[in-house]
Design a protein around this ligand. Structure first.
Ligand SMILES: *Cc1c(COP(=O)(O)O)cnc(C)c1O
Length: 389
């Protein structure tokens, strides 16, 4: 029986385990010193002023929308080729969601289509309050173009960088929020670094920071300077908004701190896997991920597209043949508007031809730091065989 090769997996070191055990032996399992330490380390590494850790990127996306006062009556736009959480955060706030078709080269929200859609929306009074570009697979979006459109049309930007911590855009770290209001990271085990479950929101805006902190913990504050009423004693706290419990634990933060110290190395290892794939796959009837000189992808995923016109086998057949060999290929993602829950919004697939074409031909092949040269060669050989039909 051939060993199972997943499409992604975590990399846990002995140091990671030791740091988590330290916290288990300490006074605080949650709300101790580790979460602020983790926040400080991530914000410093990424060049943002503030960071708010949360129990998932989904929660962090919700916090970001709450901080930006997304409400019923507001409109949020994102890419259709993303995990559902990038769109659901708008629905949690009662807002409307819409999608901007992807760029056929990068598979990210297309800045030119965004410009056209904004011009049309301006005429009908349906401009978005927030746009959420997603750095798919770790490949940065065209943030300069999106930012300049935000200046023209007055929308806010949340970067869903769930795939992209450690990546760079125009030689700056993803997360510095140079071209956005808030950037979100995910620390789910398949992502670049992990805390088990976890996420973070980064910003350079102190008000957004304060609001995200407030909403993370029930809308409650104890800060004397922030109180609305008069303090009644040292026990006193105030609930000022309807918040949530979206806190990360110190156990998780300790794992995150330890993982973060290996971030550069983990991404270099992903680049080595990518280099091996480019080498082994370049002559097959495939479109391999595009790279650009001013980007440094985090390579969360390695997404290939089948050149369907050049082969006599379907995507489903290629996928099934690889799965049969215990190569746990996947598809990222089903366009969000195709989900049953989204049917009630009456999206028309014909409005998203690039997302549809992408979805019909994409396969995610295994990509993670511990993937061995033998495993990479095995994947390449099985893929090559499968493409021959
Ligand atoms: C994983 C992911 C999320 C959600 O992350 P969680 O930490 O699992 O909540 C959101 N957006 C994208 C693009 C993701 O890949």
């Amino acid at each position: 029986m051939q060993e199972v090769i997943p499409y992604g997996r975590q990399d846990i070191s002995q140091a990671d385990i030791d740091q988590v055990i330290e916290v288990l032996k300490s006074d605080y399992l949650t709300q101790g010193p580790m979460v602020p330490r983790f926040e400080k380390m991530v914000s410093e590494k990424c060049g943002a002023d503030f960071a708010v850790a949360a129990n998932s990127a989904t929660s962090a996306l919700h916090l970001a929308c709450l901080a930006l006062t997304v409400n019923a009556g507001d409109i949020v736009w994102t890419s259709p080729i993303t995990f559902v959480a990038s769109a659901n955060c708008a629905l949690y706030c009662g807002a409307k969601i819409d999608f901007v078709d992807i760029n056929p080269r990068t598979y990210n929200l297309d800045a030119n289509k965004l410009a056209l859609k904004l011009a049309a929306a301006e005429k009908t009074g349906t401009l978005p309050k927030v746009v959420i570009p997603v750095h798919l697979a770790g490949k940065p979006c065209d943030m300069r173009a999106i930012y300049s459109l935000s200046q023209k049309y007055g929308f806010k930007i949340i970067e869903d960088a769930s795939h992209a911590i450690g990546g760079r855009y125009v030689d700056q770290p993803i997360g510095n929020c140079q071209f956005s209001d808030i950037t979100i990271f995910s620390f789910h085990p398949v992502k670049i670094i992990t805390t088990g479950e976890g996420g973070m929101a980064l910003t350079n805006n102190s008000e957004l920071f304060a609001r995200m902190q407030l909403y993370r913990s029930h809308g409650i504050t104890r800060e004397p300077s922030e109180l609305i009423l008069k303090s009644e004693g040292a026990w006193y706290y105030e609930q000022q908004e309807l918040g949530f419990n979206y806190r990360l634990t110190d156990i998780q933060a300790a794992l995150g701190i330890s993982q973060l110290s290996r971030l550069k190395k983990l991404i270099e290892m992903r680049h080595e896997v990518a280099a091996a794939y480019y080498d082994l796959l370049h002559s097959l009837p495939l479109v391999l991920p595009q790279t650009d000189p001013e980007d440094y992808s985090a390579f969360h995923l390695f997404i290939i597209r089948l050149k369907l016109a050049e082969i006599s086998i379907s995507r489903l057949e290629v996928f099934n043949r690889l799965r049969k060999k215990n190569i746990m290929v996947n598809v990222h993602y089903i366009p969000v508007y195709r989900q049953p829950y989204y049917q009630k919004f009456n999206f028309d697939k014909a409005d998203f031809p690039e997302a549809e074409s992408y979805y019909s031909s994409a396969i995610t092949i295994p990509m993670y730091p511990g993937l061995t040269a033998d495993q990479i060669e095995f994947v390449a050989k099985e893929l090559s065989d499968a493409l021959q039909g």
